[in-house]
Design a protein around this ligand. Structure first.
Ligand SMILES: *[C@@H]1O[C@H](CO)[C@@H](O)[C@H](O)[C@H]1NC(C)=O
Ligand SMILES: *[C@@H]1O[C@H](CO)[C@@H](O)[C@H](O)[C@H]1NC(C)=O
Length: 483
């Protein structure tokens, strides 16, 4: 059955339900750790405040009007302030601070707002109208963002408290004749605007959290689809951890595929590292992550390639046929004259990636089954070779994916089984060591270059990437940008 997107979606939901049952109670090591530094929060804050500013531009300020009470010099009258609109919003230094152990605090200090509007007044026979400008200064707002997880295991953010304060309000009236009016009502304008403004800001902060931040967090993939074979389970193993310096998520970090029945015979190692302050994110990627990929691709049969004669490079000095194999295995040419030979190369065991401070290495166990192809296309097995080599894996991050490049050493061969009698496998070493780097490795690397999704929200990409490798895990440090 093909692994179509539709299947993925249905199945992901099922897998998800299964995972949630254990996710938040499992006392196992994470396969993947994501850490956000203050620098990362600063970036998130800039992005968030840009959204906030847009929303704030659109706030409506209620008209207000009143009666001019009788004073010594003036008779009775009425005033009306209306058509007020926000002209500009300055938020000089928004900040998100980590509040151990479960929240973030957004603080806006010294913001200023420019508002323009119209006024009119009537006092006895005197009528006046004009425009005015208000500048509201020293606006500070402090909002708590509480982080948690919902029943589906997604990260949630709510804004349970928000408090605000406005220092002063300065009013300029254009056409200044009626400056006295402003003087008179300064206090009134001030009190009514002050409470309107910070309540509005708090309302917008908390509605932005639920209408912008919350849906954005939901784009963090818990189950990231990799390709037709695999998905990666990035669900949280424990509630987010907030320390004074970092926000940390411990994720399962495990590949799996739909037909997988049994648990992996390996466990995640413990990962202990000091996250970077100079990068926005640090991602700890364990050998478990890579090894589960090895299991999934091997068990699903993806690590298998059939080499046919027409796939050989044009400049190859030999052809995959019984004449050529007959030059060193005469029996092949005698029993199967003028026929093609097919080589099926595969991983005989799941490749296990070992991570050391020196880098990533593998010692893949592979095999090659050779077949003679009869005129009616039936395959006759000739021999089975075991192949061992040392390989190194270089990793990098491109966009929102982890990419790799595999390098193989020379392959050592062993005859595992033969239907044409035993022979010296060394005779085949040159052939196999020519075929592997020219036809098989490019296909593996093409797949590795296409990459594997990292647990990043939609539209977020990595740059300034640095890798450090430790015993059993890698740390990827990077900054992020949004596209
Ligand atoms: C193909 O030919 C071989 C030998 O002539 C025969 O044994 C085999 O049954 C044939 N296979 C098919 C699928 O016809
Ligand atoms: C792999 O590397 C080790 C250590 O360098 C070496 O002893 C071993 O023979 C190599 N194996 C193969 C198959 O090349």
């Amino acid at each position: 059955m093909a692994w179509r997107p539709d299947n993925v979606r249905k199945w992901s939901t099922l897998a998800l339900l299964a995972i949630i049952g254990t996710a938040l109670t499992a006392a196992t090591n994470p396969g993947f750790v994501a850490v956000i530094s203050q620098k990362g929060l600063d970036f998130a804050c800039q992005q968030g405040v840009a959204v906030l500013k847009k929303e704030l531009q659109g706030i409506s300020i209620p008209d207000f009007s009143g009666e001019i009470l009788k004073t010594k010099h003036l008779g009775r009258g009425y005033y009306n302030f209306y058509s007020m609109a926000v002209e500009g919003f300055q938020i000089p230094s928004p900040q998100i601070k980590l509040m151990p152990s479960d929240s973030l605090q957004l603080s806006i200090n010294d913001a200023s707002i420019k508002i323009s509007g119209k006024w009119k007044s009537r006092k006895n026979f005197l009528k006046g109208s004009g425009k005015f400008g208000l500048s509201i200064q020293g606006v500070s707002v402090s909002a708590d963002l509480k982080l948690g997880t919902d029943s589906s295991g997604h990260i949630t953010a709510t804004c349970p408290t928000c408090i605000g304060h406005v220092n002063n309000i300065r009013v300029q009236v254009s056409g200044g004749m009626l400056g006295w009016l402003i003087q008179l009502f300064h206090k009134k304008i001030e009190t009514s605007l002050k409470s309107a403004i910070y309540k509005k800001i708090c309302k917008i902060v908390s509605s932005s959290v639920s209408s912008n931040l919350q849906p954005y967090l939901r784009t963090l993939p818990m189950i990231a689809r990799v390709d037709d074979v695999a998905v990666i389970d990035y669900s949280l193993l424990a509630p987010l951890k907030i320390t004074a310096e970092f926000l940390e998520g411990q994720l399962k970090g495990q590949f799996f595929w739909r037909e997988q029945q049994h648990p992996f015979p390996i466990a995640p190692p413990s990962m202990s590292f000091s996250p970077s302050h100079d990068h926005m994110v640090s991602l700890g990627i364990s050998n478990y992550f890579f090894s589960t990929a090895g299991f999934v691709y091997q068990e699903s049969g993806a690590l298998r390639i059939t080499l046919r004669n027409q796939m050989l490079p044009k400049d190859a000095r030999f052809r995959l046929n019984t004449e050529f194999f007959g030059t060193f295995l005469p029996k092949v040419a005698m029993k199967f004259p003028s026929m093609e030979v097919q080589l099926v190369m595969s991983a005989s065991l799941p490749p296990h990636v070992s991570i050391q401070p020196s880098g990533l290495s593998l010692d893949p166990a592979m095999e090659t089954q050779a077949f003679a192809v009869l005129p009616n296309s039936s395959l006759v097995p000739l021999f089975l070779l075991g192949m061992k080599t040392n390989a190194s894996l270089e990793v990098d991050a491109k966009g929102n994916k982890l990419v790799g490049e595999l390098k193989l050493d020379k392959l050592m061969l062993k005859l595992k089984n033969s239907n044409i009698g035993s022979f010296q496998v060394e005779l085949l070493e040159a052939v196999i060591n020519y075929l592997m780097p020219t036809t098989v490795l490019p296909k593996i690397n093409e797949r590795l270059h296409r990459g594997f999704p990292l647990p990043l929200p939609a539209g977020v990409h990595l740059n300034n990437v640095m890798f450090h490798s430790y015993e059993n895990f890698l740390v990827l440090e990077a900054d992020v940008y949004e596209t």
